[in-house]
Write a protein that binds this ligand. Sequence first.
Ligand code: NAP
Length: 258
Amino acid sequence: MRTIDLSSKTALVLGVANQRSLAWSIAEALGGAGCRLAFTYQGERLQKNVAALTAKYPDAPMIACDVTSEEQVEGVFARLEREFGRLDILVHSIAYARREELEGDFLGTKLEGWRIALEISAYSFLNLTHHAVPLMEKHGGSVLALTYLASQRVVPSYNVMGSAKAALEHGVRQLAYELGPKNIRVNAISAGPVATLSARGISGFSRMASHHRAKAPLGRNVRGTEVGDAGLFLCSDMASGITGEILFVDGGFNVMAV
Ligand code: NAP
């Protein structure tokens, strides 16, 4: 029987805020396959939460990283180089937009709100991957991002985050092309709604989730663990032929019209 064994691999997971975070579901799936993990946390506010969760991986470095700080981003990769000497998997599970940009109309988006959303939710993916390449290029690697259907379709209130996800998905394809020769694969999961901290910040999230439930072929919303399992697959050698892909884990919602 073929199973996924990541016991010789290392992964950096960014975006764990609490046990509901999609980053945590992916980390648990990777950890369950034996992968050695490292985590980041954004600030002191969440340090305790993240430390309590990750205590089950006592060897996992926990590194402060606000992705808008180049100094902190550099610090993460310097620490990984010291502790792991290599990196096989990078999981980017980070997004942010100001509350005012996720309410009301897209038409009123302010430049600063646009800049913040695109910097944290899309540019950081490019920048983190850029830093990860030197630790991956000798042996190949896998980079994973989290996206949402609002990159391609209209989801009221998602507003500037739709622009950020469109930029992120473009980044997945462009980087897949550029990093393919180094055997670094770049993919994203487009997840259906899961009630996480960030998701609850989107105005009308509950209505959105019940609409998905009613329309999806599977007749339900997806679970975080299902996103985690898909992440494990994409990051493992089972997906060695897949790059530049946006894999929907949404109960089939995206295929429906009427
Ligand atoms: P989450 O648990 O709230 O995770 C979002 C993470 O982004 C948090 O850990 C947050 O840290 C971090 N973050 C925000 N700004 C940051 C910054 N400047 N530097 C470093 N980290 C920062 O929510 P989630 O739903 O799991 O979101 C993870 C990813 O999945 C996002 O890309 C999201 O768009 C995507 N996604 C989610 C859904 C869904 O329905 N949940 C569906 C499709 C795609 P703080 O909490 O400290 O700000």
